[in-house]
Design a protein around this ligand. Sequence first.
Ligand SMILES: [Fe+2]
Ligand SMILES: [Fe+2]
Length: 240
Amino acid sequence: MTFHISNRRKIITVDAGISELQNILKDISKEEIDYNSIKEEILRVHEATVRYEAGAAYNCKNSTEHFLKALLYQKDQETKEHAERMTVISRNIGAKMNLNEDILDSLALLSALHDIGKIGISDRILKKPGKLTEQEWNVMKKHPEIGYRLAQYYNEFSHIAEYILYHHERWDGKGYPIGLKGEQIPLASRIIAVVDAYDAMTSDRVYRKALKKEEAIDEVLRNAGTQFDKEIVTIFVDLI
Ligand SMILES: [Fe+2]
Ligand SMILES: [Fe+2]
């Protein structure tokens, strides 16, 4: 996707790759996709993005990121604030582990885009207030793979594609989509898994109230060594 915005004359030419985006979504989620609403949604957010880019002191490199984030925030209950809190915590964990600047930047990007694949899941499933059926759950579990394909498609995000793919893997091998175990799971994905779970627990959702900070920390600690990497949990609890 490329955006060309001439600042002086406010002329915007967009080669947004909208049809490619739709093709990726169609290709992966064969069922449970409402193509028309997705197309409308993509176009609406796309127009808003272009308007924003034209009006703001823009940075072309960030246009795609802005566009994808806007799509996700519209679609999912995850918010900008959730992504921003995750960015701070995951960067701090990474810094504590002496990871280099490149990986810290990847963690920030991953905080914002780990669930980008949810734009390919139908609202009927994504926003269902009750429990998902087994079949619906199987569709939901495709979001890491959809996100992986989307990230691979854009040059500026291909370096985090694998991290997106594995953000729901578990330390004990009982996660999805592959069932990777322990250090087979990329470090960035292991960090994001802890931070994402904690932040989700401490935020209100339609179907439940937020846990208190202490309760959420207890829950993360309880799952250290099974769901989460123990070493990361230790650093996380120290920081929080
Ligand atoms: Fe996710
Ligand atoms: Fe999340």
